[in-house]
Design a protein around this ligand. Structure first.
Ligand SMILES: NC(=O)c1ccc[n+]([C@@H]2O[C@H](COP(=O)([O-])OP(=O)(O)OC[C@H]3O[C@@H](n4cnc5c(N)ncnc54)[C@H](O)[C@@H]3O)[C@@H](O)[C@H]2O)c1
Length: 435
């Protein structure tokens, strides 16, 4: 008899497909104590949702996320919709006793993110957990970089250099999509891709951003309302009316970390030729690491203690069984791709739920990233003056407890109770020792 964790996923496009792939494969490559069951996919249009459910491998299709949450045969709600929907869905799901995996950025404002973190803290007391999908943490090379920092190989961290460069908005006639609408997306390149850089920088260094000085720019202030979508962008119809772009096209900021390090961040979707250059370099007193997602199976490492004369950056092929996540995949040298991040993420999430542990990044961690985003906007709106990052952690210290989730057996229709022993963590971003 196989115990299952019954998943309901909301949104079936880019992230919906990536998460579907992860739920399909996680238990086939990771030794999980429960098998994710792809139960229900939610969209808004019935015919399109049914077609997506069939294509992506879901048992049922549903057109209202509220009905999904009301069902007692669902254990996990996976939120893959634009940011304006995250808070409402996540809070309702947590209150209904469902574990939640929510895409990033956590919300469209600090107030929403704080409400979500509070709901997550209260749910964690009942053994119900929430995690935010900062998927780049699950890149083996970035997890290895973090390991090097923890092992002391980098020493005292002085510089953090984080860039996230894409080019799909370079064409001024690319169509206006929800990602360019502040009401739906919260912000532009800042929250869309800069948020990943902030989370990755804090994850690798183990340090928090405490203050920022920022500049935001919108290069193209209106775009065609109609067009042919291709990937994230596309080609706008020349004769279509144009609507306003209400978010930033590029975000730059310098930052201070709580250990005295300084950082420089850049996020843009206008860096022609850069497709998904999510880069991070960290320089410390003993060594440096450098990563570029366009070469995602590699980590550049400089060991400052190497003998003089043979020093130099070495390129580590992060595909050895000793590296994070890679033992679950292919033989040495047979690299991973973008989709593997989501499978690694799903496996980490399931393991934590089964163990009754808080998965990371928690909603508290994601609230902290949201606070950095808010500080960037405050600084950019105030002539780049330094703006402090509000410290906002909702989790309470809670006692160890025993909780249960419903699981079904694949060879019967009856439900079983999987008893879990859970300890709620005091989830500050600094205490995370999990990749
Ligand atoms: N982790 C990552 O690397 C990564 C990458 C891209 C996007 N994201 C995040 O994932 C989320 C979704 O982005 P995406 O790129 O998949 O967007 P998308 O436009 O490709 O898909 C959004 C989906 O949400 C559905 N939807 C919208 N409102 C809905 C509602 N009220 N009820 C049900 N379905 C609804 C749409 O029909 C669509 O299926 C965003 O928060 C985004 O920031 C994360």
């Amino acid at each position: 008899m196989t115990r299952t964790l019954r998943i309901g996923l909301v949104g079936y496009a880019f992230m919906g497909a990536a998460h579907s792939h992860a739920w399909r494969t996680a238990h086939r490559f990771f030794d999980l104590d429960v098998t994710p069951e792809m139960a229900i996919l939610v969209g808004r249009t019935e015919s399109k949702t049914r077609a997506a459910a069939t294509r992506l491998g879901w048992r049922e299709a549903e057109t209202d996320w509220r009905r999904l949450i009301e069902r007692d045969d669902i254990d996990v709600i996976d939120i893959c919709t634009p940011g304006d929907t995250h808070a409402e869905i996540a809070i309702a799901a947590l209150e209904a006793g469902k574990h939640v995996l929510c895409e990033k950025p956590l919300a469209n404002s600090v107030a929403e993110a704080r409400a979500m973190a509070e709901a997550a803290a209260s749910a964690a007391e009942r053994g119900v957990f929430a995690m935010c999908g900062f998927s780049y943490r699950r890149t083996p090379a970035l997890a290895l970089a973090r390991q090097f920092v923890q092992e002391g190989r980098i020493g005292d961290i002085r510089h953090v250099r984080a860039q996230y460069l894409q080019d799909w908005l370079s064409d001024a006639d690319a169509p206006l999509t929800w990602r360019l609408d502040r009401d739906r997306a919260g912000s532009g390149s800042l929250g869309d891709i800069g948020a990943h850089s902030i989370d990755a920088a804090q994850f690798v260094t183990g340090q928090s951003v405490t203050a920022v000085s920022a500049t935001l720019e919108t290069f193209v202030t209106s775009r065609p309302l109609g067009g042919d979508l291709v990937g994230l962008g596309g080609v706008g119809h020349a004769d279509a009316p144009r609507g306003p772009v209400t978010v930033d096209d590029a975000a730059l900021f310098t930052a201070r970390f709580d250990n005295g390090a300084i950082g420089i961040f850049e996020a843009t979707r206008f860096a022609l030729g850069r497709k998904n250059a999510m880069r991070l370099e960290v320089n410390g007193s003993r060594g440096s690491v450098a990563f570029d997602f366009e070469d995602m199976n590699s980590l550049q490492y400089f060991d400052g203690t190497d003998p003089e004369g043979t020093q130099g950056f070495r390129r580590i092929n992060v595909t050895e069984p000793v590296h994070p996540y890679t033992a679950n995949w292919w033989p040495t040298g047979h690299g991973l791709g973008y989709d593997h991040l989501f499978t690694n993420q799903a496996a980490d999430f399931v393991r934590c739920i089964v163990a009754g542990e808080q998965p990371r990044p928690s909603f508290d961690d994601a609230l902290q990233v949201q606070s950095v985003l808010a500080a960037v906007e405050a600084s950019a709106g105030d002539e780049s003056r330094w703006s402090p990052v509000a410290r906002a952690v909702a989790t309470q210290d809670t006692p160890t407890q025993t909780t249960s989730i419903q699981t079904t057996s694949t060879n019967s229709t009856s439900t079983n109770s999987l008893s879990m022993h859970s300890t709620s963590m005091h989830a500050t971003p600094m205490k995370d020792d999990r990749p």
